[in-house]
Design a binder for this molecule. Structure first.
Ligand code: ZN
Ligand code: ZN
Length: 313
């Protein structure tokens, strides 16, 4: 039997990166089986689990994606929920990318071979994956549907994020009805199973959902988001957060590190920045130098934080 095709999302995996990988590997295996091909697709991950993913996988009896350190020559891979080298597996330049399924901007990756590229400007990769089951005519098991639905809801902050489109709302409604849950209640349950920010090690708060981006000037920046239903518990630890991101700036040479805590009930985010704070001040017309700033309505890293920063550079 051929080596499995590795299906994985970005580093520092969020619920969408992991759920989309599991869902898409399942779909590809079903399609291969239907065609009598012996190809095998294996869901993998490039880091630890967010607590909500761990819980849904356990509740639904779904096998956890395998942790891989990197990839190399001879590996065949499918990327989900990302398409940028710094966010992908170490050694990705040596691997053969068969497909990309994503909902992010294009980030400069090049490939040696033609590939299937399935990108849509929608709220989650998991929504694209759920739609693929319909397009390909593959039956979506209820447990996988529940997993994908969870990721559609975390990635769109229960449809409050401005990244949410009519496509997302339609597929969320349909999938929720199929699973037999109310989408808003189900989403709130998922957010509540995230760890208590008062008790988490500070490195987990800062790195739980963080991504590295390269500016046009070649400098790297690190943007971390922590979504919570208890913003005050996060802000009580501002000094610790500041010390941790300051250390990241020094150790990794980032131009700046922007950490923001998103209050999904109040629908806004508190920015904490270290490093070149002036850059961030200029982009957003705010003053985050030495103090944190509340940004009403900011829920989406991709659309409302990373995009203006990358456009400014
Ligand atoms: Zn993601
Ligand atoms: Zn995503």
């Amino acid at each position: 039997m051929a080596a499995p095709v590795l299906v994985f999302g970005h580093k520092n995996p969020d619920n969408d990166a992991l759920s989309a990988a599991v869902g898409y590997a399942y779909l590809k295996n079903e399609l291969a089986r239907a065609k009598g091909e012996d190809a095998v697709y294996e869901a993998c991950r490039l880091g630890g689990f967010p607590p909500e993913t761990k819980k849904i996988l356990a509740d639904r009896g779904i096998e956890e994606p395998r942790l891989i350190e990197g990839v190399g020559e001879g590996d065949k891979v499918i990327l989900v929920d990302h398409n940028e080298v710094p966010q992908s597996a170490d050694g990705i330049e040596q691997a053969e990318i068969l497909e990309i399924v994503d909902h992010h901007r294009l980030g400069g990756m090049t490939t040696a071979q033609p590939l299937r590229f399935n990108a849509m400007p929608v709220g989650s990769t998991s929504a694209i994956v759920a739609r693929e089951f319909e397009i390909q005519g593959v039956e979506l098991p209820q447990d996988i549907a529940a997993l994908l639905l969870g990721a559609m809801l975390t990635d769109t902050v229960i449809m409050k994020s401005p990244t949410t489109t009519d496509f997302d709302r339609a597929i969320i409604a349909k999938t929720a009805a199929y699973v037999g849950v109310d989408p808003v209640e189900y989403g709130m349950e998922i957010f509540k199973c995230r760890s208590n920010p008062a008790e988490l090690p500070i490195a987990k708060v800062v790195n739980a959902d963080a991504k590295e981006f390269e500016l046009a000037n070649g400098n790297k920046v690190y943007i971390g988001q922590f979504e919570t239903v208890d913003l005050q518990a996060v802000l009580n630890r501002e000094d610790e957060i500041r010390a941790a991101i300051k250390e990241l700036v020094a150790k990794k040479g980032y131009q700046f590190v922007l950490f923001f805590a998103t209050d999904i009930l109040a629908e806004g985010s508190q920015f904490i920045v270290e490093g070149d704070t002036q850059f961030v001040n200029d982009v957003f017309g705010i003053d985050v130098t030495g103090k944190s700033v509340w940004m009403p309505g900011v829920l989406s890293r991709k659309k409302q934080v990373a995009a203006p920063i990358l456009a400014h550079a």
